[in-house]
Design a binder for this molecule. Structure first.
Ligand SMILES: Cc1cc2nc3c(=O)[nH]c(=O)nc-3n(C[C@H](O)[C@H](O)[C@H](O)COP(=O)(O)O)c2cc1C
Length: 196
């Protein structure tokens, strides 16, 4: 984690994390601090319709983990092994009848929590690939709400690095023999659509 005050370096270091120090669990107070950060984030119309279900270490955390899918691009890895699993989750809830603007709120809240977690040396993985039928039942999601995004959290264990895009343009992430996780990012020249 950079302490240079360079926000770009902070964002570069905040890669998705999928392996955690399972013997150093986060606490409910840690999760509440993350939501305190999200509470202050922008919200369309300032309506603040999102809600957050907190899952600390324990049986519900284990059950929720089993309903999530990790790293689809790593075909020979089925997700974090015992001992390196997330120790907590924050589940972002949105109204079932929400308009499309609320999806922006979900993304903003997720990235706020992601950066907040990284600022503490914790890792975060946003997960959209989860059992959308079983998770609401497990977490007794209030009627009228649905889980929009699951955030897996814990003390970060894996090394993650940004890499240049390969020449073939593949955007899949990969790991080297040492288990270092690489995430290719497009160059800025490719991203800027126009300058006026
Ligand atoms: C909306 C969204 C949904 C995601 N869903 C999953 C998921 O279901 N499982 C997973 O392992 N990673 C998931 N990710 C993490 C992405 O795979 C990750 O952001 C991407 O590989 C780029 O890595 P980076 O976050 O380190 O830049 C998701 C990310 C976003 C933004």
């Amino acid at each position: 984690m950079s302490d240079s005050g360079d926000f770009r370096a902070v964002v570069e270091a905040a890669r998705t994390c999928r392996r955690f120090e399972e013997d150093k669990p986060l606490s409910m107070a840690d999760l509440e601090w993350l939501v305190e950060c999200a509470r202050l984030a922008p919200s369309a119309r300032n309506a603040q319709t999102l809600r957050f279900t907190l899952v600390g270490p324990g049986q519900t955390c284990n059950e929720l983990f089993s309903l999530t899918r990790w790293a689809g691009a790593l075909k020979d890895w089925g997700g974090p092994h015992p001992g390196e699993r997330p120790t907590a989750f924050v589940v972002i809830l949105m109204p079932e009848d929400a308009g499309e603007l609320v999806r922006f709120d979900v993304g903003i809240a997720a990235q706020t929590i992601h950066l907040a977690a990284n600022s503490k040396g914790w890792g975060c993985c946003m997960i959209q690939s989860f059992d959308h039928v079983a998770v609401p039942k497990l977490l007794q999601i209030p009627s009228g709400m649905k889980p929009a995004l699951v955030l897996g959290l814990g003390v970060a264990k894996e090394i993650r690095k940004v890499a240049p895009m390969p020449a073939d343009g593949s955007f899949a992430y990969w790991r080297d023999e040492q288990g270092v996780h690489y995430v290719p990012k497009r160059g800025i020249a490719e991203l800027i659509a126009a300058r006026f």
